[in-house]
Design a protein around this ligand. Sequence first.
Ligand code: IPM
Ligand code: MG
Length: 365
Amino acid sequence: MAAQTYRITLLSGDGIGPEIMTVAVAVLKAVGQQFDLNFEFQEALMGGAAIDAAGEPLPAETLEACRNSDAVLLAAIGGYKWDALPRHLRPETGLLGLRAGLGLFANLRPAKILPQLIDASSLKREVVEGVDIMVVRELTGGVYFGQPKGIFTTETGEKRGVNTMAYTESEIDRIGRVAFEAARKRGSRLCSVDKANVLEVSQLWRDRITQLATEYADVELSHLYVDNAAMQLVRAPKQFDTIVTGNLFGDILSDAAAMLTGSIGMLPSASLGASGPGVFEPVHGSAPDIAGQDKANPLAQVLSAAMLLRYGLNQSAAADQVEQAVLTVLDQGYRTGDIMASGCQAVGTQAMGEALLRALEQPVQ
Ligand code: IPM
Ligand code: MG
């Protein structure tokens, strides 16, 4: 049988992006050989790198290249250098444009504590041991995109900043369905997070999610207000299986959930639309303070490549192999600075990549 060919667009972006991308691409190539998958990689500019080269954070060619690929692997964007630019020229605006441009309304952010890294968590071992949460964040609506938005001048000449948190029924239903389906494949418990005690948009959210639950009788649905959810995440995180929430609440809660696992440097994410290519990226940022120093942890990028294989290309055996390689290098004691522990061997980005390639040669148990 001829090898399956996939076109993958690589958006290395800024800061540590290029270093961790190099590791993930090497891993994909190696696993591709093992599973007879042929990858055609094409690089495109995004974020600060695109601002410097093309004057805008998401050039039209980049969006076009992404649209014409089977999946997009993104590293990280942004940095101090571009922080003072007007909003439409900021790297973050490019990321939002990519999400909107590809219709990526569903963002899956798993936060699973690995036994090897329990002591890297800032919470007590007994609180985090066994944590395995999937945050399903709505990604193309809510206050990030609602109209009107802007800084306006009032009649008295005072400036007024405005954003609008809005969701339509169909927007709530489509993310709700993704979340119920995700919960079904996990522990069959879904917690919907909102602020329905104050916000009308949240009341509608709660009503629709409750309505949808009648179609998913096998999934146990609960609701929490977002302030309580934040508290529960750090108090007793094991009560959560799958969480579904809007764009802003999901942004905040997914960072909190990420940190339960010890390092945000370990966590991947998948952003998916109704059809077309998904974008796979680590939850962490571009870490400009350690860029170019061979210090960055490439594992979230590599695990994002595993999510690309699983959710983007439906190649779950190859995804399992990559995830297993990550566990193997951790078992072997290799650690980058962010997850370093006594008795382990400190390695840089490249050496971690080499250890992964060696681990990939071992068969999946
Ligand atoms: C994230 C980030 C982005 C967001 C920023 C960089 C625009 O924080 O992916 O969580 O707020 O969505
Ligand atoms: Mg965020």
